[in-house]
Design a protein around this ligand. Structure first.
Ligand SMILES: [Mg+2]
Length: 380
């Protein structure tokens, strides 16, 4: 089998209402879809997380010439070929985002070639995966005191859908953050809650917020500090009982090894569409397990990444494990996303807070190519 073609589709869609987190407001959603076709017509779909035009260009100009004609089933060897080809330059960032999307497409293609779901190739089960709802983003132009009731109402809608675990955004300002954390615990006493600061705080601020999260029994504190501030992160982790989670900005086994060595985290959150793909996630998960750290994918994109992340969760080590199984929840972004909700013909169903795998080979998702044109991103 040989790779006959590689196509990239940078996509974008306007949002009806901008959504905000601690760093900026999104008025659009951007994604990069990758299609790899073998000579016999078998197609693999991949997705990269990050600046879509820049990643698309690195695939078009750099990785595509390297991969055409190669055997797409040799996923591990092709990963090493791509990695080695630019080892002398910047080993992370955009190029690793590109490798991630290509690797995902190759695994999808391999599953179809062997007529098996990717989760089975990985050795996983088909048991439904419980999901947590990510939402409660800041609303542009809404005063803080009006926003919190609106976000509580939003949360109720997810609970009605069957979610029993919600992740909210913090990192706006300390007053708002303290208020929303209290309000969510008060209004949802029996719901699992996590809070994501997207690296908004300095050490002292993170300690104030961390103590509040601890008091209100939040499940984890996500990205409290700058992703490179490992020494403060380790200090924070020592001072708090609440789990510290981070890693969506990190890539490769080498990056996560540094996090493990710093003893900075309880939970790794590699994004398969950015950290190096399925092939690299497996190495990151091995580092996590060997260091007694949980590994839960960051997943904030299309249904391709949802399927990848669910497949990877299907092989999650229990770390260390006991008679009553611990649950590892899949991130299920609830924000408006016209691309994610339109372009897929086949996908895994999300119902009552669970992702239920279909029996299709590969990643079990397929793209309606006619619809890709309507979301084509224009380079400005
Ligand atoms: Mg996050």
């Amino acid at each position: 089998m040989k790779i006959a073609s590689i196509d990239v589709f940078p996509l974008e869609a306007d949002l009806g209402n901008p959504i905000g987190f601690s760093q900026w407001y999104y008025g659009k959603k951007n994604n990069l879809v990758i299609k790899i076709t073998a000579e016999d017509g078998t197609i693999g779909w991949g997705e990269s997380y990050g600046p879509s035009h820049a990643i698309a260009s690195s695939i078009e100009t750099y990785f595509k010439p390297l991969l055409l004609g190669k055997n797409p089933l040799e996923t591990e060897c092709l990963w090493q070929l791509m990695w080695k080809s630019y080892l002398d330059f910047n080993r992370l960032g955009i190029f690793m985002g590109a490798i991630s999307g290509i690797d995902i497409a190759l695994w999808d293609l391999k599953g179809k070639a062997y007529d098996a779901p990717v989760r089975e190739l990985l050795g996983g089960t088909s048991e439904p995966i419980q999901c947590y709802a990510t939402g409660m983003y800041f609303r542009k132009g809404v005063p803080d005191e009006q926003m919190i009731p609106q976000l509580l109402t939003e949360a109720e809608s997810y609970i009605k859908l069957g979610f029993d675990f919600l992740k909210i955004k913090i990192g706006k300002n300390l007053d708002f953050d303290c208020e929303i954390l209290e309000a969510f615990r008060q209004n949802f006493p029996d719901t699992l809650l996590a809070a994501d600061a997207n690296h908004a705080y300095n050490f002292k601020e993170s300690l104030i917020i961390g103590r509040l999260l601890e008091k209100h029994n939040y499940t984890w504190f996500e990205e409290p500090l700058h992703p490179s501030n490992l020494s403060d992160m380790a200090k924070l982790r020592n001072l708090l009982d609440v789990s510290i989670a981070s890693g969506e900005c990190e890539q490769t086994r080498y990056g996560f090894l540094k996090l493990a060595e710093a003893k900075a985290l309880d939970i790794f959150q590699p994004d398969p569409a950015y950290c190096g793909g399925i092939s690299e996630y497996l190495k990151i998960q091995a580092i996590a397990t060997a260091n007694h750290i949980d590994c839960i994918p960051h997943c904030w994109g299309l249904k391709i990444n949802q399927s990848v992340s669910a497949s990877l969760l299907s092989i999650s080590p229990e770390n260390p494990g006991r008679y009553e199984k611990r649950k590892f929840y899949l991130e299920m972004d609830q924000t408006e996303h016209p691309i994610r909700d339109c372009i897929f013909k086949d996908s895994h169903k999300v119902k009552d807070g669970y992702l239920h795998f279909n029996d299709l080979p590969g990643l079990g998702v397929s793209v309606d190519e006619k619809l890709l044109d309507s979301f084509k991103a224009v380079t400005k």
